[in-house]
Write a protein that binds this ligand. Structure first.
Ligand code: ZN
Length: 431
C-alpha cells in the first residue's frame, strides 16, 4: 500500500532529512538581506539528483524562489509552501552552537532556521523525492519561498499576485504542528488594525509653557484610552468556537505565569494591543506642537476590522482631549514613513472536506486526532489564501517557543513526521 511505503521510506530518511536541514541552515539567508540566491541552487541540485522537474521564479535576482513539480494521475493539484529566509541570529554569544553551523547532535539539528522553517523545507524536499518514484493520485508542487519574514514581497506575495500559485488546496509547512504529542492544524492567522494617534498643539518656549499647548502631554492622556480596545469583546463566527478553545489550550502550554495565562485565555476573544512607537518633540526647551503614537492591534480572523476601528474612534472621542485624533489608515507618517493598514487575517472552516482529509492524514501519521488552532502571527498562508484564493491549512514541524530565538533547534523525530504528513496528504486528498 502506498501510505505504508511512504511511512517506511520516511522512517529510513532520518539521517537524510537531518543532513539536508543542516545543509540549508549553513546558507545565511537572514534579513535584512534575506538572500536566497545560494540556497536555491542547493535545493535545485538535490532535485536534479533525483530527476525532479523544477523551476526558479524571481522578481528580485537576489531572492529567488524555487518549485519542485511532481506529476499525478488527476489534475487536482496540491501545493505545499514553505520559506527559506530566516530572521537574524542576534547576539552570537547567546548561541551554544554557532547559528549557521547546522550542528547535528543526538537526534537534533541546531541553528538559525532549523525550526522556522528550513527543517520543514528539508522534509518537503525528501517528500518530493519519495513521491517522484510513485504514481501519485494528485499532482503536487513544493514551493520554497523568499521574504516570508518581511511580508513576502519577493516571495509568496509576489508569486500569488503574479498568478504563479495554482492549485486546489495548499499546505503551509510553517509553524508549530505540535509534533507527535499534541498534533494540530493551523486554520489561519490573525489580522490587524494598526492605529496611529496624532496630537496637535501649539509651540512655545520651554520657559513659558503656559503660552503653548503641549502635544506630548495630550498624547499621554489618550494612549491609555486606546489600550481599552483590549477589553472589546470580538464578535466571532460560530465555527471558530472550538478552534479557539483548542488554540487557547495549545498556547497555554507556553504560558508559565498566572498573568500570562490570563493573556492567553483572552487572546482570541479580544484584540491584542501594544503601543510600540512614540514620536514627538524637537528640542528640550521647545513645547512640542506635534506628537504621535502607533499601536499594533491584532484581531482573530472573522472579526470585523471596521467595528474595531469605530470603537477606537469612539474611545478617543470620549477622552475629549482637544487636538488628539486617530489618523486614518491611508495617512502617512509625518516623516513620510510607510502607511498603516488593515491586514485582515484568514481562516479555513474546520468543517470543510479539505480540513477533514488533512486531519485524517495527520492522524494516520501521528496516531492522534489533531486539534485546530489560529496562529497569532502571519505566514505565507495570507498570500496563498487571500491573494491566490487557494484554501490553505498549516502543519509545521517547528518546536514550540524556539523560532526567532537563540539556540533554535529541531528534532529529527518531528522532521520524519513532517515527511509522513507532506508526502502522505496527496493520497488523502479526494476533491
Ligand atoms: Zn516561519
Amino acid at each position: 500500500m502506498s501510505i505504508s511505503r511512504i511511512y517506511s521510506e520516511a522512517d529510513k530518511a532520518g539521517k537524510e532529512v537531518a543532513e539536508l536541514t543542516s545543509g540549508l541552515v549553513k546558507f545565511n539567508s537572514a534579513h535584512p538581506e534575506g538572500r536566497t540566491d545560494e540556497i536555491v541552487p542547493y535545493i535545485a541540485e538535490y532535485l536534479n539528483k533525483y530527476g525532479i522537474v523544477h523551476e526558479v521564479h524571481a522578481t528580485d535576482p537576489k531572492k529567488p524562489n524555487i518549485v519542485a513539480k511532481i506529476p499525478g494521475k488527476s489534475d487536482h493539484k496540491v501545493i505545499w509552501v514553505g520559506h527559506i529566509d530566516v530572521v537574524p541570529e542576534g547576539k552570537s554569544e547567546a548561541w551554544k552552537y554557532p547559528a549557521y553551523d547546522g550542528v547535528i547532535k543526538g537526534g537534533v539539528v541546531h541553528g538559525r532556521g532549523s525550526s522556522d522553517m528550513k527543517g520543514s523545507c528539508a522534509a518537503a524536499m525528501v517528500s518530493a523525492r519519495i513521491l517522484s518514484k510513485m504514481r501519485v493520485p494528485n499532482p503536487v508542487e513544493f514551493w520554497f519561498t523568499s521574504d516570508e519574514e518581511i511580508g513576502g514581497g519577493a516571495g509568496a506575495k509576489w508569486l500569488a499576485e503574479s498568478g504563479r500559485f495554482k492549485g486546489e488546496v495548499c499546505i503551509i509547512g510553517d509553524g508549530n504542528g505540535g509534533g507527535a504529542e499534541n498534533p494540530s492544524i493551523d486554520l489561519g492567522c490573525k489580522g490587524g488594525a494598526q492605529t496611529r494617534l496624532i496630537a496637535k498643539g501649539k509651540t512655545a518656549h520651554g520657559s513659558t509653557p503656559f503660552l503653548g499647548d503641549n502635544a506630548i502631554t495630550k498624547l499621554i492622556k489618550v494612549i491609555p484610552e486606546v489600550y481599552k480596545i483590549g477589553n472589546y469583546k470580538l464578535d466571532l463566527p460560530e465555527d471558530l468556537n472550538k478552534p479557539i478553545r483548542d488554540s487557547v489550550k495549545f498556547y497555554m502550554g507556553e504560558a508559565k505565569t498566572p498573568e500570562l495565562q490570563k493573556v492567553v485565555r483572552r487572546m482570541f476573544n479580544y484584540p491584542s494591543v501594544t503601543c510600540n512607537i512614540i514620536n514627538g518633540g524637537v528640542k528640550i526647551n521647545v513645547v512640542p506642537d506635534y506628537a504621535e503614537a502607533e499601536f499594533d492591534i491584532r484581531l482573530t480572523p472573522g472579526a470585523s476590522v471596521s467595528d474595531v476601528r469605530k470603537e477606537i474612534d469612539r474611545l478617543v472621542k470620549a477622552a475629549n482631549v482637544l487636538g488628539v485624533e486617530v489618523a486614518s489608515g491611508r495617512e502617512t507618517h509625518a516623516s513620510g514613513r510607510g502607511k498603516l493598514g488593515d491586514k485582515a487575517g484568514f481562516y479555513e472552516s474546520p468543517d470543510t472536506v479539505f480540513a477533514k482529509q488533512f486531519a485524517k492524514a495527520i492522524k494516520k501519521a501521528t496516531g492522534k486526532r489533531p486539534g485546530m488552532k489560529i496562529l497569532a502571527g502571519g505566514t505565507d498562508g495570507i498570500s496563498t489564501s487571500k491573494i491566490a484564493g487557494i484554501p490553505s491549512l498549516g502543519y509545521g514541524t517547528s518546536i514550540s517557543g524556539v523560532a526567532h530565538q537563540p539556540n533554535e533547534y529541531i528534532t529529527v523525530e518531528n522532521l520524519v513526521l513532517g515527511i509522513k504528513v507532506y508526502a502522505g496528504f496527496p493520497y488523502f486528498y479526494k476533491p
